[in-house]
Design a protein around this ligand. Structure first.
Ligand SMILES: Nc1ncnc2c1ncn2[C@@H]1O[C@H](COP(=O)(O)OP(=O)(O)OP(=O)(O)O)[C@@H](O)[C@H]1O
Ligand SMILES: [Mg+2]
Length: 224
């Protein structure tokens, strides 16, 4: 269970303070699939970054699996994230100094699995995503859709407790959006991971257990 209570986030922009999140409460059950919509600049990425322990809110508490994440040190947060959280970033953030297969294997290597085992697992998952011919390429030489599939493989390889996905289909056409969503959901359903996915694409909403809209720094359940 993931529990956000009264989350607020403000940023200093120039001389003024901008209140982006104004008191968000959100509970996510194990295996639950949640989608976050809202206009550009409404705070979707901010919310995912707070859930992913990548930034500290100005107020509020975050509990994941009954652990109070606010009181963790920076190092504890890094270790917790490494084990429990998969993140598909809005701009992929693949490492250009490493090959596709190495990018995907890194989360396992960081969790102390052997290099041999991690590369084998990465090879397996890349095959299921139709990328077996690209394993030795550098990410920058792949198409946008292929890079997104690599980012998905990297985020799910460690079977995280929670998967955060920030517009994972943002740069894809309709057909590839459908394919990529099916891939994410089929993997998630097998490993009972909770999913929080931010998107602008309202066609995706019906695939989720619940959908929330960020509006004026608050979230409300959105029903279609
Ligand atoms: N580190 C920061 N410093 C200052 N302002 C920030 C920072 N991060 C985000 N913001 C501001 O917070 C607001 C929300 O940004 P955020 O990236 O969460 O929006 P979003 O809903 O993800 O938008 P998009 O749909 O375009 O990705 C924006 O106005 C942005 O300028
Ligand atoms: Mg965003």
């Amino acid at each position: 269970m993931i529990k956000l209570t009264n989350i607020k986030q403000s940023y200093l922009q120039g001389k003024s303070i901008v209140n982006v999140l104004n008191g968000i409460d959100l509970n996510i059950a194990k295996g639950e699939k949640i989608c976050i919509i809202g206009p550009s600049g409404s705070g979707k990425t901010t919310l995912l970054n707070i859930l992913g322990l990548l930034e500290n809110p100005t107020n509020g508490s975050i509990q994941i699996n009954s652990k109070d994440c606010n009181s963790m040190s920076l190092e504890q947060k890094t270790l917790f994230r490494r084990k429990n959280i998969g993140y598909i970033f809005q701009n992929n953030q693949l490492l250009e100094d490493f090959s596709v297969i190495e990018n995907v294997a890194i989360p396992l290597i960081l969790n102390n699995f052997s290099k041999h085992y991690s590369l084998n697992k990465a090879s397996e998952i890349l095959k299921t995503l139709g990328l077996e011919d690209k394993v030795d390429f550098k990410p920058g030489t792949l198409s946008g859709g292929e890079q997104q599939r690599v980012a998905i493989a990297r985020a799910v390889i460690k079977k995280p407790f929670i998967l955060l996905a920030d517009e994972p289909t943002g740069s894809l056409d309709e057909e590839n959006t459908k394919k990529v969503m099916e891939i994410i959901l089929s993997i998630i359903n097998k490993i009972d991971t909770s999913l929080v996915l931010a998107t602008h694409n309202l066609d995706l909403v019906k695939k989720f257990d619940k959908c929330f809209k960020v509006d004026d720094g608050l979230i409300n359940e959105f029903k279609i």
